[in-house]
Design a protein around this ligand. Structure first.
Ligand code: HEM
Length: 504
C-alpha cells in the first residue's frame, strides 16, 4: 500500500511539474527548471542579488525563474517595470498569495493589513492614509516638518553623549586616539531606529517613546528579530508545507509568540492613546462611522499600522546607516557635504526642507546610495491578474512578478559605470537634478511606496542635520565597514562602529 501511495505521489508531482514547466515558447527566457524543485539548484544563495544582475545580463530585461513549481517573472530594467507597473497597472498591481506575506500581514481572521491587501481594501486604505497625511497632518507644511525636527533633536542629544573624547594621535596619526587610548566608536543602528520609529509613532499613535522605555525597546528588538525570521523563512514561500516539519527550523513558533506579544502591545497602545491626535484616532472614528466595514475595523488597525510602521522605520534608517558607511569609504564626499552645508546653511540653525534646492549634492549622495543599495531591492511581490504580454513575452494570469529594482539600478544601458559610487551622476551642469526618475527605489505605478514623500523629508532632514553637526570616521585600527549587504525584507549592512566628533 505504502509503495502504491509513494508511486501515486510521484506521478502526481510529475504531472504537476509537467503542467508548470511544459515548454511555453513565449514565456520570458530564464534559468533552467526541474519538476518540483524548479530553478532552485541554479540559485546562488550566497549572492542572490549579484546573481540576478548576471541573469539580467545573460537573459535580458525580463526573465523567468521557477521558485519550486511557481514561475516567477523578474522585471530587470526601468522600461519593463514601467510597462508592467504603470502602462499595464490594471494587470500588475495585486499582491500574490505568499506564505510569509500572509503570515506577517493578515489578521487571524484572514483580513489583510496594508501590504497584503488587494482591490477596494487596498485602494481605500491607501486613500485614507494619503488624505489623512495631507489634510489632517498637513504634510508638506512647517507644522509637519517640525514634528520630524523635534525627534531629530532628541537623536542629536543622544549622539552628543557618544562623541569622541580624542583627537588625532600625535604619533600614529590615527583619528580619535590619544596616548595609546582609542575611541571604539558607536553602532548607529539602534539610535537611528529609535529616531525613525518615533517620527512615525507620533503620526500613527500620537506618542513618542523615551529611548529607554522598556516596552518600546522590547518592541524594537522583537521587530528586528522578525526581520531575521523573514530572511530565514523565505523557503516557506516556495514550500509552505515545510512549516509542518516536526522541528521548528525557521523560528515560526517564536514568530507566532511575537505576534501575540504584538497584539497585547497594540491593545495597550490603543487604550492609552485613543484620544490623542493621531492616525489611530482617525481610523477608530472611521470604524465607528462604517460599522461592519471590511476596510475600517479594529482587527485591521494593528496590521495596517504595523505595515506603515515597518515600511517607514526599516527603510529610512537603513539608507542613513548605509550612507554613513559609504562616507567612511569616500571621505572626500563627506568633506564636500560639509562644505555645501556650511556654505548654504551655516552652523547657527538646523536644516529645513526649504534648504533642499540649495543642497542638491547632499541629496544626490543618499540617492546614489539608494541606487546602489535600494532598501527594498526586489520591491514587494506583485501578481499578474490577467493573461497579457510584456516586452513581447506572454505572462499568464497568476504569475508572480518581482520588480527587480536592484538590477534595474545597475543597468549599463541606463547608468554609466553602474557599479561606481558617483553622486555627481544625478547633478547637471546647473547644479540641478538629472535622471532622478530612473532611480526607482520607491517602485512605481499603483503600488508605488505610499510613504515616498514622508521618506524624502525624513531622509533630508535627518541626514543633513547629522552631517551638519558631526564628522564620521573609522575607529583607529578598525577596518572600513563591509559595503556588501545582507538581504532580508530590506538590505542591511553587517554591523560596524563609527567615531563621531562634533564639528562645532
Ligand atoms: C527610503 C525609504 C523607503 C523606500 C525605499 C520604500 C520603498 C518601498 C517599496 C519598493 C515598496 C513596494 C512597492 C511595490 O509594491 O511596487 C514600498 C511599499 C510600502 N511602503 Fe515604502 N519605502 C520607504 C519608506 C516608507 C515610509 C516612510 C513609509 C510610511 C510612512 C512606507 C510605507 C510603505 C507601505 C505601507 C507599503 C506597502 C504599500 C502597498 O502595498 O500598497 N515606506 N515601499
Amino acid at each position: 500500500m505504502a509503495v502504491l501511495l509513494a508511486i501515486g505521489a510521484i506521478v502526481v508531482l510529475m504531472i504537476a511539474g509537467y503542467l508548470v514547466l511544459r515548454p511555453r515558447p513565449n514565456l520570458p527566457p530564464g534559468l533552467p527548471a526541474l519538476p518540483v524543485i524548479g530553478s532552485l539548484p541554479w540559485l546562488d544563495s550566497k549572492d542572490p542579488l549579484g546573481q540576478l544582475v548576471k541573469v539580467h545580463r545573460q537573459y535580458g530585461d525580463i526573465v523567468t525563474i521557477h521558485l519550486g513549481m511557481k514561475p516567477c517573472v523578474y522585471l530587470n530594467s526601468y522600461d519593463v517595470n514601467k510597462e508592467a507597473l504603470v502602462t499595464q497597472k490594471k494587470n500588475f498591481s495585486d499582491r500574490p498569495d505568499m506564505f510569509i506575506l500572509e503570515t506577517m500581514g493578515t489578521t487571524n481572521k484572514g483580513e489583510p493589513g496594508f501590504t497584503c491587501s488587494n482591490g477596494h481594501i487596498q485602494t481605500e486604505t491607501r486613500s485614507f492614509i494619503n488624505k489623512s497625511l495631507i489634510q489632517h497632518f498637513q504634510m508638506g507644511t512647517i507644522k509637519f516638518e517640525n514634528k520630524i525636527i523635534e525627534e531629530i533633536l532628541v537623536l542629536l542629544d543622544e549622539l552628543d553623549e557618544h562623541t569622541s573624547k580624542y583627537g588625532p594621535d600625535a604619533n600614529s596619526g590615527d583619528a580619535y586616539a590619544e596616548n595609546g587610548q582609542t575611541d571604539e566608536g558607536i553602532d548607529l543602528l539602534m539610535p537611528l531606529t529609535k529616531c525613525t520609529a518615533n517620527i512615525i509613532n507620533k503620526i500613527l499613535i500620537g506618542q513618542r517613546f523615551d529611548y529607554d522605555d522598556e516596552m518600546f525597546m522590547e518592541r524594537v528588538k522583537l521587530f528586528e528579530q522578525d526581520m531575521l525570521f523573514v530572511q530565514k523563512a523565505q523557503i516557506l514561500n516556495i514550500y509552505p508545507s515545510l512549516r509542518f516539519l516536526p522541528i521548528d527550523v525557521f523560528g515560526l513558533q517564536d514568530f507566532k509568540q511575537h505576534q501575540l506579544q504584538n497584539e497585547r502591545f497594540w491593545e495597550k497602545l490603543i487604550n492609552e492613546n485613543k484620544e490623542k491626535d493621531s492616525l489611530m484616532k482617525l481610523w477608530i472614528q472611521k470604524t465607528k462611522e462604517n460599522s461592519g466595514s471590511d476596510v475600517f475595523n479594529m482587527n485591521r488597525l494593528r496590521f495596517v499600522f504595523g505595515d506603515v510602521f515597518s515600511g517607514s522605520t526599516e527603510t529610512v534608517k537603513s539608507v542613513v546607516d548605509i550612507t554613513i558607511a559609504y562616507l567612511l569609504h569616500y571621505p572626500d564626499v563627506q568633506t564636500k557635504i560639509h562644505e555645501q552645508i556650511d556654505e548654504e546653511i551655516g552652523r547657527d540653525r538646523l536644516p529645513t526642507l526649504s534648504d533642499r534646492e540649495n543642497l542638491r549634492y547632499v541629496e544626490a549622495v543618499y540617492y546614489e546610495v539608494m541606487r546602489l543599495k535600494p532598501p527594498v531591492p526586489l520591491s514587494v511581490p506583485h501578481v499578474c491578474t490577467e493573461d497579457t504580454t510584456i516586452a513581447g513575452y506572454d505572462i499568464p494570469s497568476g504569475t508572480i512578478v518581482m520588480p527587480n529594482i536592484y538590477a534595474a539600478h545597475r543597468d549599463p544601458n541606463v547608468w554609466a559605470n553602474p557599479e561606481k559610487f558617483d553622486p555627481k551622476r544625478f547633478i547637471d551642469e546647473n547644479g540641478q537634478f538629472k535622471d532622478l526618475h530612473r532611480m526607482i527605489a520607491f517602485s512605481m505605478g499603483k503600488r508605488v511606496c505610499p510613504g515616498e514623500a514622508v521618506a524624502r523629508m525624513k531622509l533630508f532632514l535627518l541626514f543633513t542635520a547629522l552631517l551638519q553637526r558631526y564628522k564620521f570616521s573609522v575607529p583607529p585600527g578598525v577596518e572600513l565597514p563591509d559595503l556588501n549587504c545582507e538581504v532580508g525584507l530590506t538590505l542591511t549592512l553587517k554591523r560596524y562602529k563609527v567615531c563621531i566628533t562634533r564639528r562645532y
